[in-house]
Design a binder for this molecule. Structure first.
Ligand SMILES: Nc1nc2c(c(=O)[nH]1)N[C@H]1C(S)=C(S)[C@@H](COP(=O)(O)OP(=O)(O)OC[C@H]3O[C@@H](n4cnc5c(=O)[nH]c(N)nc54)[C@H](O)[C@@H]3O)O[C@H]1N2
Ligand SMILES: Nc1nc2c(c(=O)[nH]1)N[C@H]1C(S)=C(S)[C@@H](COP(=O)(O)OP(=O)(O)OC[C@H]3O[C@@H](n4cnc5c(=O)[nH]c(N)nc54)[C@H](O)[C@@H]3O)O[C@H]1N2
Ligand SMILES: [Mo]
Length: 697
């Protein structure tokens, strides 16, 4: 620090369970706190002429509260929706205050990036069920399989993908040193592939077939975990029937991979003593994403890839330590019950509505349509894609509020943009990572720098809003899977007194294995010495996993009979960059230097065949739209695919990608044509496209 300004950030490995480590976004955060990337330092209100003018936060919250109160009085709480973006996940008090606000208001319209990202995983939980003991940690396995994820860049790992949180390369190194074989399934030889013992590079969109074939082999050879399946699974015969047509030869032909690779992956999985399989965004974004994810999880179940009674629990959580049981939780099929959407016959997944239906829920000719939307740390217009459908809907809202530290594409349409604080300016406690760190660890940090005078903490916004609206808040330690109303302990915040953020954190740490005062004394974090914990037997008769419910069997039959769409020669796939996280840090110095636009990467042979040269201006066209960018050769990509990063450029492109600083690939997606059942997930990968050079004027 120098005179109240941040100068430099360094990783601190004294207590961290993964050593000293800081990613490039962590480094860029210093500049951002200091105002880089046009950080919003003041809240803004839209004027009658459509322009924005600075507004005092009190006045803004007053006006928003008055408008929301009027809407609720006239149309009920359902008229108000909240969207929780990636920026909101990094803000503990803000996220919990938001949950308290939504619960107190009583609206079912809670949306987040999870349902425009990997909600296929939630659909699988709802249709297959889950093992309460969780999956095996990669470090304990002899075989680990990851489909469509690149943790070395994204740091995304457990519980869904296969990788350790924190410093992923170290996790892979440690697992391999223990003898773990790593299998990757990805059209791209990713950065993570340097740890792969087997890399399968399929055409995208065929994971359901590939994993059905692996299940087929495990059943054919009898190498699945019979004891596990007998104890915890229903539907083995239905599964057998559903995967019978998915021979290894058929899947290999569909996905254009050597059949030996599918056989080898199945052999390793079948022979292994301890297995874990999982996926990143790839299979959740592509064609038939729910079936893809279901079949990946079925393979894990056939291998019994979950922690079992007596297994050591590496990290039972520190701030909240929970006993771990070997027990199946039967499918909830929550989406079949009320509350349901008004535009489609589908309900919630883990208490959330499908984000891709936001535009339809706003436009619906229904008394319960959405009329006001609060966006917390997100850019839903960019995230859902298909701006031709989404933008008019957002413009149709009576009230759009963006709580953000950037003027993003959604904020540009908002009535109010509330400038939020940043992590080094606020009180944070390590709830998001609590049980995900490779070892027990907890940290509480006070602000190291004062927030800019014009900014509001995210939690302050939700608290002030509730206070002004007269909505009585109860602050709780909410976590996924919990119904807010059912959580017994809470802090009553209905009084006029603004809460003290440190006291809120103290409340959250009430059940912590490390007392709050010890966390206070150790800003570098604490790695507690905890007694070893082991998975316990199920306390009661557990549920069962449903390997092949009828709706999944129907989807598999559709896939079995499907013909490849041949009209467009390439498949567009997703990729992420190390120097930005979705839209955030995209305008940092390093990100802009490396990525003046989001290039279209292609296999060099494909480029040569199409007469394309490095840097050529190209048009990428799908059935739903077109974007322009520059092409770049990448021999890591298999032939037949084009790979681009999302969240670049303005919502709608001009004809100059360089001036636009990239192109929004969401313009190639559809919110009306190709949506998955249940979660209404659009297709963000395996999008059929053509690539063509064009003359720049
Ligand atoms: N640096 C950085 N970190 C991030 C983010 C970021 O933008 N930047 N974003 C964060 C967010 S919001 C998320 S959700 C996570 C995502 O984390 P990951 O899932 O690890 O994200 P990606 O790197 O895009 O990896 C997806 C992979 O799937 C492959 N793929 C595409 N289609 C298919 C397919 O049909 N089948 C298979 N098997 N593979 C396919 C792609 O080639 C790609 O390598 O990362 C988070 N972390
Ligand atoms: N075509 C296509 N579409 C995609 C994807 C894709 O790969 N391809 N990926 C999908 C995925 S996985 C995701 S997760 C979504 C991402 O969708 P979103 O999360 O909606 O988009 P982001 O751009 O990440 O928005 C995050 C916002 O949070 C803000 N922010 C950062 N820190 C804070 C904070 O402390 N407080 C507040 N209030 N705001 C903060 C940032 O400035 C940024 O504007 O997009 C989805 N859409
Ligand atoms: Mo995401």
């Amino acid at each position: 620090m120098d005179e109240g300004r941040m100068v430099r950030a360094r990783p601190d490995g004294t207590a961290s369970p993964y050593g000293a480590y800081l990613c490039p976004k962590g480094l860029a955060a210093v500049d951002f706190h200091n105002g880089a990337e046009n950080r919003l330092l003041q809240s803004l209100a839209r004027q009658p002429d459509g322009t924005f003018a600075p507004v005092d936060n009190d006045a803004a919250v007053d006006a928003i509260a008055a408008k929301l109160k009027a809407l609720v009085a006239e149309h009920g709480p359902r008229s108000v929706a909240v969207y929780h973006g990636t920026g909101a996940y990094r803000c503990v008090l803000g996220g919990l205050m938001e949950r308290a606000f939504v619960a107190a208001l009583g609206t079912p319209n809670f949306f987040s990036t999870m349902t425009i990202d990997q909600s296929a995983k939630w659909v699988t939980m709802a249709r297959l069920g889950t093992m309460a003991s969780g999956k095996n940690a990669m470090r304990d396995c002899d075989v680990a399989l990851l489909a469509g994820g690149n943790p070395l860049v994204t740091h995304q790992g457990a519980p869904y993908a296969v990788a350790e949180s924190g410093a992923p390369a170290r996790g892979f190194e440690a697992a391999r040193a223990n003898g773990c074989k790593v299998i990757l399934v990805d059209p791209r030889r990713t950065e993570t592939a340097r740890f792969a013992d087997l890399l399968i590079q399929p055409l995208p969109g065929h994971d359901a077939a590939i994993f059905a074939a692996i299940a087929h082999i495990l059943l054919r050879d009898g190498t699945y975990d019979r004891a596990f399946v007998e104890k915890w699974c229903n539907g083995l015969e239905e599964l057998r029937a559903a995967v019978a047509p998915f021979t290894p030869e058929m899947a290999a032909a569909r996905a254009d991979v050597p059949v030996e690779q599918i056989e080898l992956a199945a052999k390793w999985l079948g022979e292994a003593h301890r297995v874990t399989t999982g996926s990143g965004t790839g299979p959740s974004f592509s064609t038939h994403s729910n079936a893809n994810d279901h079949m990946i999880e079925v393979v894990n179940a056939l291998c019994g890839g979950y922690r079992r009674e007596g297994d050591r629990v590496r990290n039972p959580g520190t701030l909240r330590t929970k006993p771990v049981y070997e027990m199946a939780v039967s499918p909830s099929r929550s989406f079949e019950r009320d509350p349901k959407c008004v535009s489609e016959d589908t309900g919630t997944l883990l208490g959330e509505m499908p984000s891709a239906l936001l535009p339809a829920e706003i436009m619906a000719d229904h008394p319960d349509r959405i009329r006001a939307l609060i966006v917390f740390g997100g850019d839903p217009l960019m995230a859902v894609g298909d701006p031709a459908v989404a933008k008019p809907a957002f413009e149709h809202l009576d009230l759009l509020v963006s709580l953000d530290c950037r003027m993003n594409e959604t904020a540009k349409l908002a009535d109010y943009v509330i400038a939020s604080s940043q992590p080094f300016e606020r009180h944070e406690i390590s709830i998001p990572g609590d049980a995900l760190y490779p070892a027990p660890f907890a940290q509480y940090t006070r602000p190291v720098v004062e927030k800019p005078a014009g900014c509001l903490h995210d939690w302050e916004f939700f608290w002030a809003l509730a206070h002004r609206m007269g909505v009585p808040l109860t602050f709780k330690f909410w976590a996924y899977g919990l119904n807010f109303a059912d959580i017994p302990e809470g802090l009553d915040l209905s009084g006029p007194e603004k809460p003290d953020p440190e006291e809120l954190c103290r409340f959250l740490a009430a059940g912590s294995a490390v007392p709050f005062d010890e966390l206070l004394a150790h800003p570098e974090g604490v790695r507690p010495d905890m007694p070893e914990q082991f998975v316990q037997p199920a306390p009661a008769a557990g549920g069962k996993l449903e390997l092949m419910p009828p709706d999944v069997a129907d989807e598999m039959a559709i896939i079995r009979d499907e013909q490849e769409e041949a009209a467009r020669p390439y498949r567009l796939i997703s990729r992420r960059i190390l120097h930005a996280i979705n839209g955030a840090y995209r305008h940092s110095r390093e990100a802009k230097r490396r990525y003046p636009v989001n290039f279209a990467y292609m296999n060099p042979d494909d480029m040569a065949r199409d007469g394309l040269c490095e840097g050529d201006a190209v048009e990428i066209a799908s059935d739903d739209g077109m974007v322009r960018t520059q092409v770049k050769a990448e021999d890591r990509l298999r032939p037949g695919v084009v790979s681009m990063t999302h969240m670049f450029g303005p919502l709608v492109s001009t004809d100059d990608p360089e001036a636009d600083e990239g192109a929004n690939v969401g313009q190639l997606c559809s919110l009306t044509r190709v949506l998955e059942p249940v979660n209404f997930m659009p297709r963000f990968s395996a999008i059929p496209v053509t690539v063509q050079a064009y003359e720049k004027h």
